[in-house]
Design a protein around this ligand. Structure first.
Ligand SMILES: [Zn+2]
Length: 75
């Protein structure tokens, strides 16, 4: 698709590293499937993937995790 941020690039399938911070918890997800703009580098993550990330992040916050690096595994 055409990038909605820079309006010039096209997005391509790839993988992104996503960092989520909540309160004292920092979570890093590697190899998250994303569409990445070939012009500005903006990463677009699908809604189903972001819901998954937020639910994992919520569990980590409740568990008191401070910093964690995880591989994203598609459900
Ligand atoms: Zn762009």
């Amino acid at each position: 698709m055409k990038c909605p941020i820079c309006k010039h690039g096209e997005t391509e399938n790839g993988y992104a590293t996503v960092v989520l911070e909540r309160n004292k918890t920092t979570l890093v997800f590697k190899h998250v499937p994303a569409d990445i703009c070939n012009n500005c580098g903006e990463e677009f993550i699908s809604e189903s993937v972001s819901i998954e990330l937020f639910s994992v992040a919520k569990q980590a916050v409740e568990a008191g995790v401070q910093v964690d690096v995880r591989e994203y595994l598609a459900a």
